[in-house]
Structure formats: structure tokens, C-alpha cells
Design a protein around this ligand. Sequence first.
Ligand code: NAD
Length: 457
Amino acid sequence: MDIHQLLQEQKNYFSLQQTKNISFRKNCLIKLQKELIKKESDIIKALYNDFKKSEYEAILTETSIVLSELKMTIDKLNSWAKPERVLPSLLNFPSSAKIYKEPYGNVLIISPWNYPHQLAFAPLIGAIAAGNTVVLKPSELTPNTSAITKEIIESVFSKEHVAVVEGGVDVSEELLNQRWDYIFFTGSVPVGKIVAKAAAEHLTPVTLELGGKSPCIVDKTADIKLAAKRIVWGKFINGGQTCIAPDYLLIHKSIKNEFVNYFKDELTKAYGDNPENSADFPRIVNAKNFNRLALMLEKETFLTGGKTNKEDNYISPTLIDEPSLESEVMKGEIFGPILPLISFENEEKIEDILSKYDKPLAFYIFSTDKKIVKKMIKKHSFGGGTINDTTVHFVNHRLPFGGVGESGIGGYHGKKTFDTFSHSKGVVTRGNWLDLTIRYAPYTDKLKKLRALLKWT
Ligand code: NAD
């Protein structure tokens, strides 16, 4: 496919102004909704074929999230898109002021493989709702989901409006060489930097949804059994291949043994004695990631797990006992079913470890001590987080989702997705029935009056 030509066609299409019509956008989203509902079982099959994701997790973490974002966007589009009246400034008296939401124009969305359906469609819905044209590049590592994504998009949209361009790094690079009006990227920190550099060439605004090392702290006041259960769920869902999965555990020394016992119980309850035989436990997406993760297991002591099967890209849910901070597993984001446990005796040790890493995408604290929780939330900068659970802040569409520092730029979900893909244009309308002379030269004798007026603004 000639990418330059495709973008040119989208530019021409955007200039026709059709996507600025709210009813047109709504109808497109309703058509998309129908198609997504019709093809749900094909999407679930594709996800299974890509990395043995179970039907249950496919619905819970992919299709239901997309359909709920879509329904809310269709329901709320009129009110989100309406010009917002704000109070006028006294300095402009008489006047009125409004914020108009306008589409950026031609948007590029690059998505990752780990939630390949959800992370492609959730931003796409917002970009269309805001009136943009879109080129979506899904990940090449989940080819089945990429193919069904293309099929769905092609049956709903003309390619001048929304197109899927499949391919790997070379295609991504070619896309990034074009001049877009907005780029929305979800993926790793190193590729995020490549995207930011390419965008800077044309001063294109970006959203970067990246990753990082998200800590999970369990203090001695926590409900230990419940903490173990919720950590097992949040860490091992999707085979640990979740950007906001707890990356490493910091546990108070006095509760470590009790926690580990509960953790093992919860693992067995969830995936049986041998998780390799569980229909609910996915595989690592490819051999490259399997090898990367297997390397983290070398030289470590396991509290549970540590088993691998190269033929099937299987890594068992693993709890590593007290790794060194210089070890492979503590270097970068793990992004797999491996959880290092480090115990602490005092707050200084927590602070010392947290300070070694960049601002994380997520932050988890299990504690019933409200003072400690409040202090930690205030003190540390992170994308978002949950107290006494893991990952669930993601599902509340009233909360913005995104990183800070190395874990990302910008955010989305719910109305924030619509706002992300809209430029807010502030417009003042002046009244003609009065024209105060105070701002006009000559300024002689006006300073006193100006100071008095400024007190009121
Ligand atoms: P990735 O960065 O390797 O790939 C993401 C996308 O970028 C893919 O479409 C890929 O084709 C493209 N790409 C890869 N290399 C490129 C290059 N050199 N130039 C241009 N494009 C390139 O990420 P991934 O492995 O698909 O996903 C895992 C990462 O994504 C993890 O770090 C995870 O934390 C992060 N992630 C973040 C979120 C979030 O919402 N913040 C969600 C999911 C995943």
C-alpha cells in the first residue's frame, strides 16, 4: 500500500468537512457497534489463536471494554461536541466566550499486541467521535487480531475515512515519516521515544501510552489474604502481559511468610496444580519475549513457579524471592508472569527502591493505614493507581488513564478520549453596543482606572 497516497486521500476527505457533522460521526459509530457485536466470536477466536487468551478474559478485558466505551461515546457525543460556554472576561465587556471542539484532522494510531483489540479500538472510537480521519496500525505480533481488525474496519468505513495498515517496524517507520495532525501511540518506552522524535519533526501533538516498573506495596496492616488474591489476579491476568500489572512486590518482612502461603493457595485456586494445563492461563506472545523472560529466571530463587516450556512459549506464574536490584528481573519492565518479592522493614527501604526507577504507570498500596496511604499518594508521582487492589482503576471511564514522565504523555478513556482527539478552540464574541475606551491610546490618565479594573478581573 502506498502510505503517502493513502494519507493524501484522507487529507482530501477531511477537507470535505463531512466528519465535522455530528450525526455523521454518530452513524459511523453505530455501524461500528453493530459490526463489533456481530463479529465478537471472531475477535475472541483471533485472540485465542494469537496467544491462547481465554474466552472469558477476551470478553472481560477486550470486547466488553470496547463496547462500553463505544456505547458511552454514542450516548454522550452530542453533549461532548457541543460548544462550551464559559464566563467572559470583564476586560472584554461586553462579550461572550465559547470553547469549540474541533477535530485535529488526520490521526495516526499505533497499537501494541498485549490487549490487541481493546488498545486499537478504544482510541479509535474517540478519534472518530472527535471527527478525525484515522490510520490504525495494529501490532504485527498478534496477526489474527490484526486481520479481524482490518476486516471490521473495512466493512464499516471507506479507507479515506478510517484505514488499517498492517505491518511491522518498517511499515511503522514509513507511517511515522508522514505529516500527521495527531499521533496516538501505545507501546514500549524506547519506541515511544522514536515516535516522539518523528512527531517533533512536524510539531505533531502526541499521546504516548507507555510502560514502566509499577510497584506494589503491602504493609503490615493489610488484609493479607485478600491482598494475595487480588495481586494474583492482577499480575497473572493476560499471562502478566499487562502494562499496569504489578511489576514488583514490596512486602513488610513480618507478613512475608503468611503472604507467600496465601499467594500459593490463590494461584492453585485460580490455575490448578499445573497452570500449563489451565485453559485460563495464556502464553507469552512470541519466542523473543519468551527468551527475554526466561533470562530473568536464571540465577533466581523461586517461592513458587519458575517452570518454562519453550515449545509452547509457556512460563509458569512465578514468585521470585528477594532478587538483587541489579538482577535482570529488577532492571526493566518485566511484562510477563514473573513477580519479584522484596521485603522491607522500614519506610526508608521502600523509598530507596522506588527512587531507583522512573515514574511508574501504576502504583499499588495494600494497607488499612489511611495516613500511610495518603502520604504515599501525595509523595509519589505515577500514572494512576489503586489502593487495596490491582489494575482496577483502568476500568472506571470517569478516571483519566495515562502515564507521567517515562510512563507516558497524555491520557484517555471516556470523555478524555474525545478531548484528546479534539483541539479546544477558544472564541470570544464582542458586543457592538458599547466600546470602552480604556484600552485605547492615548493612555494618559488611564492607569489608575486600569489598576482598579484589573482588581476585578
Ligand atoms: P512496542 O513498543 O514494541 O510496539 C508497539 C507498536 O510499535 C507496534 O505496533 C509495533 O509494530 C511498533 N513498533 C515497534 N518497534 C518500532 C520502531 N522501531 N519504530 C516504529 N514503530 C515500532 O510494544 P509492544 O511490545 O507491542 O507492547 C508492550 C509495551 O507496551 C510494554 O512496554 C507495555 O507496558 C506497553 N503498553 C502500554 C500500555 C498503556 O496503556 N500505557 C498498554 C499496553 C502496553
